[in-house]
Design a protein around this ligand. Sequence first.
Ligand SMILES: Nc1ncnc2c1ncn2[C@@H]1O[C@H](COP(=O)(O)OP(=O)(O)OP(=O)(O)O)[C@@H](O)[C@H]1O
Ligand SMILES: [Mg+2]
Ligand SMILES: [Zn+2]
Length: 153
Amino acid sequence: MMKEFKVTPIRNGTVIDHIECGMALKVLRIIGMTDGKVQSPVSVLMHVPSKKEGWKDVVKVEDRELDPREVDKIALIAPKATINIIRDFNVAEKHNVVMPERVVGKARCSNPNCITNQNEPIEPEFVVEGKNQPVLRCVYCDRNVDDIAENLL
Ligand SMILES: Nc1ncnc2c1ncn2[C@@H]1O[C@H](COP(=O)(O)OP(=O)(O)OP(=O)(O)O)[C@@H](O)[C@H]1O
Ligand SMILES: [Mg+2]
Ligand SMILES: [Zn+2]
């Protein structure tokens, strides 16, 4: 029997479940939960067994819902994540993250010579290729973003 992991249930908030192992802290950064910015309790589970298969990370944030821009960025680094809205201790809504087809103004191009890195008023824009291991291809210079999680804006 696998050990059960328990954290205090939350009354209202968001559970980001089925995060790829190792990505929990990157998810926290995407939702702005970094040092000194946390305003309500946050639980982070890393490398816990998943009932589906293998292991996962989970992030639970009280009194906070996510905006679509945050969910798009989570999709890029954790394509199998689910967003569970908790109301009065129950899962009121469950959504799979959806891989965006284009990413505009949310990541920086890895090519230092790209027009989007030249102090021009041009928003970086990428086509997303691949669903499970997404690749971001710059529409201006064709370069792929090297490490998506490290290049989110
Ligand atoms: N009140 C709560 N406080 C904290 N976490 C919660 C609360 N209710 C549910 N969760 C967590 O939210 C996630 C989704 O809950 P749910 O009951 O839908 O589980 P599930 O049936 O295993 O879902 P899935 O099939 O998506 O894995 C789980 O990780 C669960 O532990
Ligand atoms: Mg489950
Ligand atoms: Zn570019």
